[in-house]
Design a protein around this ligand. Structure first.
Ligand code: SF4
Length: 252
């Protein structure tokens, strides 16, 4: 067995980690490289110690569950996120809305296993938070990483494609890090992404419609020319329906 021994990072006087990669930085790259480390440390004393819950994901799940015509009965939570956040943030939601939440990995077998665990809970009438992705996720996550994230970022209102604005569902750099915020520093203005009026991604995400109910599915919207987020990456519902040619069969 291999034993991994963690030890403090050895740093240059300006905070840059002493690493074989960093010695290859150009002069310009070397000049800006320590900024990230400095950004993580600025204002550290002003932030309370202790992990913060991932309000962002909770807010989005609540928005789906509070929808009057919601049909979602259970959730597969993203395992890679929970590697940092842990699972505690989901426990009040599972209890309040009586929905099973299974923290699942991204490999095909992980997803099948996560669905099985979710269905078993539904059949048993239970509503717990379970970890399928146990090879990476611990119940309390990675408190040190979470502290660093909330030292630098704060929850803000964020627009979710197909759903709209959800309070406290996104992260933005705290004011004290404005110096490192490209949007503020370079005055690029408000960046808006236009959504196709045909796209029914919100209804798909809430389980009210299937991708093949969308008039643009597999015609004007394909993985090569996506009109909405669920068609962009392979794990998106519309991309998965397209990839496995569900539009060519009658059994949806
Ligand atoms: S098929 Fe395309 S346009 Fe239709 S809901 Fe999916 S992403 Fe949106």
């Amino acid at each position: 067995p291999t034993e991994i021994v963690a030890c403090p990072t050895v740093r240059e006087p300006d905070g840059l980690a002493c690493s074989s990669r960093n010695v290859r930085l150009s002069l310009a790259g070397r000049a800006v490289a320590p900024l990230l480390h400095r950004a993580l440390l600025v204002g550290r004393a002003e932030i309370e110690a202790g992990a913060r819950s991932a309000e962002t994901v909770r807010a989005a799940i609540r928005a789906v569950l509070d929808c009057p015509d919601n049909r979602v009965q259970g959730f597969l939570a993203a395992g890679h996120v929970c590697t940092v956040t842990g699972i505690r943030q989901y426990e009040p939601i599972a209890a309040q809305y009586r929905v099973p939440i299974v923290v699942t990995g991204f490999e095909p077998l992980d997803i099948l296993s996560g669905i099985l665990m979710c269905v078993r809970q539904l059949e048993q009438g239970t509503h717990r938070v379970e970890i399928q992705y146990a090879r990476s996720v611990r119940a309390d996550g990675n408190p040190a990483a979470l502290r660093q994230i909330y030292e630098v970022f704060e929850p803000v209102t964020c627009k979710w494609r197909g759903i709209g604005e959800i309070p406290q569902s996104g992260l933005a750099l705290r004011a004290k890090y404005a110096l490192y915020d490209a949007q503020r520093r370079f005055d690029v203005g408000h960046v808006a992404v236009a959504e196709s009026s045909e796209c029914i991604a919100g209804a798909v995400l809430q389980g009210r419609k299937r991708p093949c109910d969308c008039p643009a599915f597999a015609t004007r919207c394909t993985p090569e020319h996506p009109l909405g987020a669920p068609m962009v990456s392979s794990e998106g519902a519309c991309a998965a329906y397209y990839r496995f040619r569900r539009h060519e069969t009658k059994r949806h």
